[in-house]
Write a new protein. Sequence first.
Length: 975
Amino acid sequence: MAEYTFREIENKWQAYWEKNQTFLAKVNPDKPKFYTLDMFPYPSGAGLHVGHPLGYIASDIVARFKTLKGYNVLHPMGYDSFGLPAEQYAIQTGQHPAITTEQNISRYTEQLKNIGFAFDWSKEVRTSDPSYYKWTQWIFMQLFNSYYDQDADKAIPIDSLVSRFEKEGNRSIKAACDDETPIFSAEDWNAFSEKEKQEMLLKYRLTFLAETTVNWCPALGTVLSNDEVKDGFSERGGHPVERKKMMQWSMRITAYADRLLQGLDKVDWSEPIKEMQRNWIGKSIGAEVIFQVKDSNETIKVFTTRVDTIYGVTYLALAPESDLAAALITEDQRETAEAYIEVAKNRSERERMSDVKTISGAFTGSYAINPFNGEEIQIWVADYVLAGYGTGAVMAVPAHDERDYNFAKHFGLEIRQVIEGSMEEGSFPGKGGLIINSGFISNLYMKDAMIKAIDFLEEKGIGKGKIQFRMRDAIFTRQRYWGEPLPVYFKDGLPYLIEEKDLPLVLPEVDKYLPTEDGAPPLGRAKDWTYKTADGEYPLEMSTMPGWAGSSWYFFRYTDPKNETEFASKKNTDYWGAVDLYIGGSEHATGHLLYSRFWTKFLYDLGVVSIDEPFQKMINQGMIQGRSNFVYRVKPLFTGAKGQEGEKANLPMLFVSKKYHDDIQNGTLSIEDKNTIEEKFKSMFVNLNPTYEYHGLKKIDTSEMHVDVNIVYNDQLNLEKFKAWRPDLADAEFVLEDGKYICGFEVEKMSKSKYNVVNPDDIIERYGADTLRLYEMFLGPLEQFKPWNTNGIDGVFKFLRKLWNLYHTQGGEFQVSDAEPSKEEYKALHKAIKKMEEDMANFSFNTSVSSFMICVNELSVLKTNKRKILEPLAILVSPYAPHISEELWSLLGHNTSITEASFPVFDEKYLIESSFEYPVMINGKMRAKIQLDLSLSKEEIEKAALADEIVQKWLDGKAPKKMIVVPGKIVNVVI
Ligand code: ANZ
């Protein structure tokens, strides 16, 4: 075989790997384990573009490297295959989403296999497969059957809570539960009806049904989670989202807030991602304080992080949604206050939080009493107070809080500063300290005062210390078809789990994928959506699970994907443990990455897994942006007769190369160029519009148009392909520069509408998968955002050809010699080995590609063909370019896969320089240079220096007065 025929080679080895099951995750007890994972894709209809495999290539390189280093490697791939796009397509076409999904998966798999990934396909999982979602449903059931015990700081079976209720009621039980859970005794409990008991337990279960304010998206017909809403619009599709109260399933993730926070210190993730999670969790330490409403039985509870400022409270503010606010409105304020509430309620929370400029609110007419000093203060409604945070009410301290300050300023309310010392011991309810009316001071924090104030609150029963989290419980249902059914039926309006033996509860068939006429979710259309128990037949839950359910535990299933009796065996999850390297996009920072940590902690509490953080090390790859190309169409401004003004005439498809477009836009177009363009335009125009009279152009202008980047090479447009691209371009003509049409370019998001999507299949067709893999890594650091620019791909391809040529004679014969390599040859190789080791430790992939290139260049100059160099070189390159390496490996006479080889051992000795060029100074001036072996002794160096021709000339037969030799540095001669 003479040439580097990449297509043949790649097909051959992909078939070999498949046949020999090369990438099965093996468990050899003598070896350590390494689990490397990619965030699995949603198989969309558009297939993969070159941005998708970026992270997969990186993890594949690590997987292959670790294998060579003697690890048992698990490197699986699968599909997050429930989701909206397939369902939207089903709504439009009637095609079952399972069929669309299946087709998309086949396409993805084929594309992935083309890239030569070392995935263990036997481990593949699909979240929409009943054998998989059986276990998603099972985990849901475990959550339903558990509560969070704050004393034990873990989840515990709900049965044990029931036995405690029977014995002691709930007063002394510290458990995560709904905010307004009433206190009851053992007698109360035992007297409860079954329905009352179940209702009470729902307040404790880790997954529960409750009326919740949700993000409702009417266009999608479903509820969305906070991270699926961006600025009041759905992330998918950009539809408006409104706030609405609905009965919803939620996950009590807030019970795990503290552990989710603490766990972040144990994992090796980027700081920005950790910080996003910390902010999302949003822990605040403060207190709840109860204010009595004047002349009323009502009280208002506020959450504050600054009890120490309580003497500076000049009004209370309630969220517009608050029922209490409505009740406190007095007759004389009714009109303004109610009108205000109506408007304010419809502003989204996000809008209200981000808008600090619009200050709006209304006085209710009622007053509250400050429990510390008995002062009467006004109660207001203000939309800067959020219903969903704290208690939905604030004690406003305008002198110390900026929003309160702005509000007070706006409405002319008192601003009263509290200064240090106002909370001294014994002063409760004190004098109120020293109070001055003044402006806003931002930072007055008195920790001791806070602690004392909280003690006082608790003693008097008017409040308590409270830790508040910004994080909300996670809504767990969607009113959609293409998701996991919840294993729940309803009896007397209350939810019950189906029996475990009836799992999986399979998605039923429906006639349409739309809500029913009376607004129930699509599952309401299923014929027999009921559950039969010994005592009757009951309706099943019609909502399905959200997109994040299946992805919250898939990393466990990969360890044991075919297990029919457990979600994964303990033996396997124990063996593979936490994911050692997780690669995926940073867009999942607060969604998937929080939910999967939560489920892992829950499964850990249950004792079914032994880790409580799923992803030890994570790298977030940067997005590959598109590099769009543009062509420039001549846009004429006619002089001439009416009717010719372009409206009715057929306008020529005339395109000018970039230079002319730039000149036209800058006003620097030369007369000759202008004439050329006008001439061409005229002849085309006259041809197209024989009945028109042509009067010439007033002005030439150009408009830019995206052109498919796949018909542009190094910014040069392929004219024939361009004409064939769209029917209206068939007769296009061009004004070229130096015989070429040069396109403009810009870096933008990779998207179909910008015609800048590059399909890896096309690159593979043209250059091969090995080039694609190397090139994606060569583009720059993995984490960086970078444009896809094919301009450098030829260089990478040439590198592979050069590599190939090292193993072949000029005539194309495979030939290696068994001779001992030279020092230089060893040095070139060992430099590259060292670099690769270092790069792998830092996950720096682009730099290794450069070092391969340097190495191959050096070896080419040295005309290396020694087996002792070329064998390790093939191994070295194999994680990046596995196909060519396998081929070379087999040409070298091996009959097993190169993946079974060992990574070459770096030896420092090859990098140590053996000789040194000594500068020879004569009377302080550098006069000569001599190359000497570094092993020489002082005396030998002296001798060699004196023997040098130039030195002898300077000495002129005399002996030097003095000689100083510093080995490895310098020789000094004094004459
Ligand atoms: C009095 C006060 C004085 C406050 C002061 C702050 C500074 P974080 O840290 O985010 O938890 N607050 C409480 N509930 C609120 C709600 N539902 N909507 C809007 N604001 C709310 O913030 C807690 C502080 O935010 C609380 O402490 C309360 O104002 C306000 F110098 O109370 B503070």
